[in-house]
Design a protein around this ligand. Structure first.
Ligand code: ATP
Ligand SMILES: Cc1cn([C@H]2C[C@H](O)[C@@H](COP(=O)(O)O)O2)c(=O)[nH]c1=O
Length: 256
């Protein structure tokens, strides 16, 4: 008879992300959801805020991407794969900074995670070919997962792209070119297709069908549920000797 050791659940908090095109309301809805909570999750700043001089390696890498792309809103500097690897490094840096919070049992919500990198860079690698972009987005996610654990749950906020473009334009006091708006439409469609490939890790919040109060309540439920029966977080590049980044349990107790 084989005895399978019963592993305890990890004591860490859940790692979530909100993803979706600019202006869809990720930050707005996240704050509506978490503001009433007593045990507030740690919410990582919206990605573009980092360009405004946020200190640290993540901010410096993002600044380099902005400079190299001459301020393009999608950070397009002409070398999408090199940019993908830098963006993944930024998201790895983000993870490093939140390990203490996760270890203390607190929920963490990343404003954009590697799903955005997968979607945006796949579109740049396959302009005008949505099927190839979907395949590459899936592969880029697998590559990202070899650098760092993916979020336990990714909340994809989606909407009519024209509405999102309008909100982002008003917020950023800028007008997107027709090419930029078209890129956002393609990104919006690819996010939705990517989310449909993994219903365990994604939850989709469609603002066309969900009012603000309901959306905030829904996000609160997802945050709560993501914290149930969590498994440990290991360095994906380590073998059975790996210890959980949060609680220190060995990946394979037999390797002790
Ligand atoms: N239901 C709403 N009612 C009024 N204003 C809203 C609503 N949803 C979003 N907004 C506004 O629209 C703008 C875009 O929202 P937000 O910044 O949350 O979008 P986002 O780009 O998805 O987020 P992020 O910057 O995290 O990527 C913000 O100025 C926000 O306050
Ligand atoms: C993480 C990440 C971000 N981007 C782009 C997408 C958006 O245009 C900006 C962030 O803007 P927001 O209004 O704050 O949402 O960054 C990207 O192209 N690739 C990425 O991996």
């Amino acid at each position: 008879m084989t005895i399978t050791p019963v592993r305890q659940c990890c004591t860490r908090g859940p790692l979530l992300s909100t993803d979706g095109v600019s202006g869809v309301g990720k930050t707005y809805l996240t704050h509506r959801a978490v503001d009433p909570l007593d045990d507030k999750p740690l919410v990582l700043d919206e990605f573009s805020e980092w360009a405004n001089g946020r200190p640290g390696l993540g901010g410096a890498l993002l600044h380099a991407l902005y400079e190299a792309s001459a301020g393009d809103p999608f950070l397009r500097g002409g070398t999408p794969m090199a940019e993908a690897l830098l963006l993944m490094a930024i998201k790895r840096h983000d993870l490093d900074t939140v390990i203490p919070a996760l270890s203390s049992g607190r929920a963490v919500i990343e404003g954009r995670s590697v799903d955005t990198t997968a979607v945006c860079q796949a579109l740049l690698l396959h302009p005008g070919d949505p099927d190839a972009a979907l395949a590459t987005a899936t592969e880029l996610l697998a590559l990202a997962a070899s650098f760092r654990p993916l979020p336990d749950l990714t909340i994809l906020v989606t909407d009519d792209t024209a509405q999102a473009v309008e909100r982002a334009q008003r917020r950023d006091r800028r007008i997107f070119t027709s090419e930029e708006a078209a890129f956002m439409r393609e990104a919006c469609a690819l996010y939705e297709r990517l989310a449909a490939t993994d219903q365990a890790r994604y939850r989709v919040l469609d603002r066309r069908r969900t009012g603000e109060h309901e959306a905030a309540e829904q996000i609160r439920v997802w945050i709560h549920d993501a914290g149930i029966n969590l498994s440990c977080l290991y360095e994906p590049w380590q073998g059975p000797q790996a210890r959980c980044m949060c609680c220190g349990q060995l990946a394979d107790p037999a390797a002790a």
